[in-house]
Design a protein around this ligand. Structure first.
Ligand code: OAD
Length: 231
């Protein structure tokens, strides 16, 4: 199976990767939905990752995101990030909010769910870059005095329009679409898999659990399988 997938990828003209938390799991960053260890098994997403939660207790939300930022700063790209980054013609559509693919050297990364590396104003369009190792505490926008918040997509919010358009265009143009380390349960992001397939792409799924998304299944840890696929 892996040989076939490797050949398809070697011959691909418009390869696209679509990844989730499992891509960064072996860098020590927690996933969301796994029992016991997943973030949403331990924390209430409505308190920590929704506009309502932020309005109710902004200090708590910022403290939680800053802890995630420090962990991301301390983490290193794993062999899967590095193998993906080395494939310079690949578009990487990511749901992760860390910057490990960029730190591995990837050039074309589309962040569908935003990034921990930025704050944005909860009221106006002002944005600031954030040092993950030393993030600021709760503070106000210098332009409108609204509260600054992480520039990530929370429950109930829309995806950034420009990033969605880039991702959808890449999915439609893909001849191979590798789905890595995602439960493919969060829409509209997960709908990109169907868009790619309907547009004629071969779908290859890398996951520790088989059956998350339909496609050629390569079951195992991303840090082992992805470097073999892109060798
Ligand atoms: P999930 O936690 O839902 O799924 C992680 C997936 O990674 C599961 O299918 C695991 O089986 C798989 N996995 C775990 N370790 C792996 C490894 N080492 N190698 C390969 N696969 C592995 O995370 P996502 O699918 O990323 O959204 O979740 C999607 C979105 O839900 C996130 O972007 C976040 C969350 O709520 C927002 O914050 C908007």
């Amino acid at each position: 199976m892996i040989e076939t997938a490797r050949t398809i990828l070697a011959e691909a003209v418009n390869p696209v990767s679509f990844s989730g938390a499992g891509l960064s799991a072996e860098s020590g960053i927690a996933t969301f939905r796994e029992p016991q260890t997943g973030l949403w098994a331990k924390y209430d997403p409505m308190k920590l990752a929704s506009p309502e939660g932020f309005a109710a207790d902004p200090e708590l939300v910022i403290a939680w995101y800053n802890e995630r930022r420090r962990r991301a700063a301390a983490a290193q790209p794993n062999p899967a990030h590095r193998a993906l980054a080395a494939r310079h013609d690949m578009v990487h559509i990511v749901q992760n909010v860390d910057d490990l693919l960029e730190r591995a050297g990837a050039r074309d990364v589309v962040h569908l769910h935003g990034s921990l590396t930025r704050d944005r104003c909860s009221r106006c369009t002002h944005r600031e870059s954030v040092d993950l190792a030393d993030p600021p505490g709760l503070h106000r926008c210098p332009e409108c005095h609204g509260l600054m918040r992480p520039d990530v997509v929370w429950f109930g919010e829309s995806l950034p329009r420009a990033d969605w358009t880039r991702a959808e265009t890449a999915a439609r143009a893909a001849d191979v679409f590798i789905v890595i380390g995602t439960s493919a349960t969060v829409y509209p992001a997960a709908g990109l898999i169907d868009i790619a397939r309907a547009s004629g792409a071969s779908v290859v799924v890398v996951n520790v659990e088989p059956g998350g998304a339909p496609g050629t299944q390569l079951t195992g840890p991303a840090a082992e399988i992805v470097p073999q696929l892109l060798r």
